[in-house]
Structures are given as structure tokens and as C-alpha cells.
Design a protein around this ligand. Structure first.
Ligand SMILES: Nc1nc2c(ncn2[C@@H]2O[C@H](COP(=O)(O)OP(=O)(O)OP(=O)(O)O)[C@@H](O)[C@H]2O)c(=O)[nH]1
Ligand SMILES: [Mg+2]
Length: 315
């Protein structure tokens, strides 16, 4: 054995991050990767695609996270496709992190006087049990819970029932206990060496990331149905090495004329803000200057159009 060979075998595998919308799946993946690969907002149903994020731990192995859209019920075609994407991701993973919101759980337990998971979380759990998947319960957002002892009975019950190998309280926002979660994940993954080259970060193309960063800003700056009526597409992505400049042009698709007006804002003020903030993030991610152009286009009822949904890899 050479000096650089790790003493214990390397474990690795695909780890799906699943749960209801807005529980912190994407925040948790970004926190462990140390890079923002998946967009996050305070609004539910932010993630729409399956996103791979790989983190290599030279001494331990590789965690290949599969971030997924939040599992929820809806009549809308886009939303049904999102939940289908999340459930389909379960077919190809070694381990599942079922992420729940600690504050919501504590609230529900107080109201109902029951120790089990609330119905939407039970629905997710049943999907894992039906598929006989190896799973870990992640009780996230513990920074929002004052009386953390209230979580202990749930954590005990959940591991006793054998539905989960372990239950780990975390805060993806503050980073609390994420190192413990990483250790728990490694103990539940097969010893199979590294699956990807060390420098691998994601399977998503630069164009996808660029479009998503813009969509994040649109979602943050709009309300009601508007954040859910937006799809962003990169029309131009040109790397000019001579000038160390990235030229990116995106189209923000909306469903109605009124939504176009909202996104553009008074004298173009909102679209300008979106552009400035997205550009800053893109420059941080790509490590070079970005020239970003934004256009808004009306595409009536795109969220019900199978062709459009396929074009965005939503369906
Ligand atoms: N206080 C607190 N907020 C958190 C924590 N983790 C995530 N959040 C916040 O919760 C919101 C939702 O986070 P996301 O990571 O987008 O949640 P998600 O589960 O990926 O949501 P969808 O993609 O919509 O399914 C954001 O405002 C995050 O900043 C946490 O541990 N504590
Ligand atoms: Mg997400």
C-alpha cells in the first residue's frame, strides 16, 4: 500500500434528496458541495429538474447527490411532471435522504398531539417503503426550533420503526450537523471506489445553470402566480476568451401579457434588477465577466404544453 492510499475502502453512491417543496433540499446540497449548483428561493416549487451534484471526500469517497423537485399534488401539467421527476429519480439511487422541515413538524405535533410524520411527509415515506429503498430522515431547519428536545421523540420513533436507517437533525442554512449527516451517508453507501473524476461537480450544462440563476431572480422578485409562470431559456452563450468575457442572452417566457408587464416593471426597472443580480451571480459562478441580455416573451399556457415541457427537460 502506497502512502497516498486511504486506509479504509472508499464508499460512494447516488443519494436522492427528496421531500415536500421548500424543505431545503437544494440548500442542503449546495451547502455540502460548497458551491451553488441548484437555485433556492423562499417560495415552494423552485427546483423543476433532477440535478446531480458530486462532492469528493478524498479519504472517504464520493457523495453523488440527486436534487429533485418537491413532491406535491397538483392538477397542472408542469407540477405533475415535477413530482414524476422526483419519484423517477428514486429508481436509480443507492440511498435516499427524506428531508422534512423541523419547524413544521413541531407545529403539527403540537396541534395534533401525534408523534408520527404529518400526512404529506407520510406520503413521501410510503413511496420509499413501497420501493424498499434505503433511507435516512433529515430533519432540517432546526435553527428555527427553539425547543429542540421536542424533536427527540420523533427522531427515536422514526429510527425504531426501521423505515429509516437513521434520523439526523440539520440546518442547511447554518451548516449545523451537516458533517454528521455526511458521516451517516457514507456508512450507508457501498464500498465501490469513486464513481466520477474528482473534479466532477454536476451533470448540468453551463447553459442550464445560467438559465436557472436568472429564473431564481425572477422567482424572488415576483409574487402570486408569476414565479410559477416563468421558464427561462438561454439563446446565446458565447465564451470570448480573447476578452475574458461571457456573452449570455436569455429569454424569460411567461404565459400572459400582464405577466410580461410585471417582469419588465415600471420603465424596465424590475427586469433591470433581475439582470444586475443574475449577472453578479453568473460572474461568481463562471469566474469571469458576464454580459447578460434579457428578453421577455409571451408563450400562452406553456405549462400545459408537452412539447414546451420536453424542451425544458421538465417532462
Ligand atoms: N431557517 C432555515 N431555512 C432554510 C434551511 N434550509 C433551507 N432554508 C430556506 O428554505 C427555503 C427553501 O429552500 P430550498 O433549498 O429552495 O428548498 P427545496 O426543498 O429545494 O425547495 P423546492 O425546490 O421548491 O422543492 C429557502 O428560503 C432556504 O433559504 C435551514 O436549515 N434553516
Ligand atoms: Mg429545490
Amino acid at each position: 500500500m502506497s502512502e497516498s492510499t486511504p486506509s479504509s475502502p472508499l464508499s460512494s453512491g447516488f443519494v436522492a434528496l427528496v421531500g415536500k417543496p421548500n424543505v431545503g433540499k437544494s440548500t442542503l446540497m449546495n451547502a455540502i458541495l460548497g458551491v451553488k449548483v441548484a437555485i433556492t428561493t423562499s417560495k415552494p416549487q423552485t427546483t423543476r429538474n433532477r440535478i446531480l451534484g458530486v462532492q469528493t471526500f478524498p479519504e472517504k469517497g464520493q457523495l453523488c447527490f440527486v436534487d429533485t423537485p418537491g413532491i406535491h399534488r397538483s392538477k397542472r401539467r408542469l407540477n405533475r411532471a415535477m413530482t414524476d421527476t422526483a419519484l423517477r429519480s428514486l429508481e436509480e439511487v443507492d440511498l435516499v435522504c427524506h428531508i422534512v422541515d423541523a419547524a413544521e413538524i413541531v407545529e403539527w405535533q403540537k396541534e395534533s398531539g401525534r408523534l408520527e410524520l404529518p400526512p404529506p411527509e407520510r406520503f413521501v415515506m410510503d413511496q420509499l417503503v413501497d420501493r424498499e429503498l434505503e433511507a435516512v430522515l433529515v430533519v432540517n431547519k432546526i435553527d428555527l426550533v427553539d425547543d429542540k428536545l421536542r424533536l427527540l421523540p420523533l427522531i427515536e420513533t422514526m429510527t425504531e420503526t426501521n423505515d429509516y436507517h437513521d434520523a439526523v437533525p440539520t440546518s442547511a442554512l447554518t451548516g449545523e450537523n451537516l458533517d454528521r449527516l455526511v458521516d451517516v451517508l457514507f456508512t450507508n453507501l457501498p464500498e465501490q471506489g469513486m464513481l466520477f473524476p474528482e473534479e466532477m461537480l454536476t451533470d448540468k450544462a453551463e447553459r442550464f445553470i445560467a438559465a436557472e440563476f436568472v429564473r431564481e431572480k425572477v422567482m424572488e422578485k415576483t409574487r402570486r402566480e408569476v414565479p410559477y409562470s416563468v421558464a427561462v431559456e438561454v439563446e446565446t452563450f458565447r465564451d470570448d476568451p480573447r476578452r475574458d468575457l461571457l456573452e449570455i442572452a436569455v429569454v424569460i417566457h411567461v404565459e400572459k401579457e400582464g405577466q410580461k408587464g410585471i417582469i419588465i416593471g415600471k420603465k424596465g426597472s424590475r427586469l433591470k434588477e433581475i439582470g444586475v443580480e443574475a449577472r453578479k451571480e453568473l460572474e461568481g459562478f463562471f469566474g469571469k465577466q458576464v454580459y447578460l441580455e434579457t428578453f421577455v416573451r409571451v408563450e400562452p399556457l406553456w405549462s400545459e404544453d408537452p412539447g414546451f415541457l420536453r424542451r425544458f427537460d421538465y417532462e
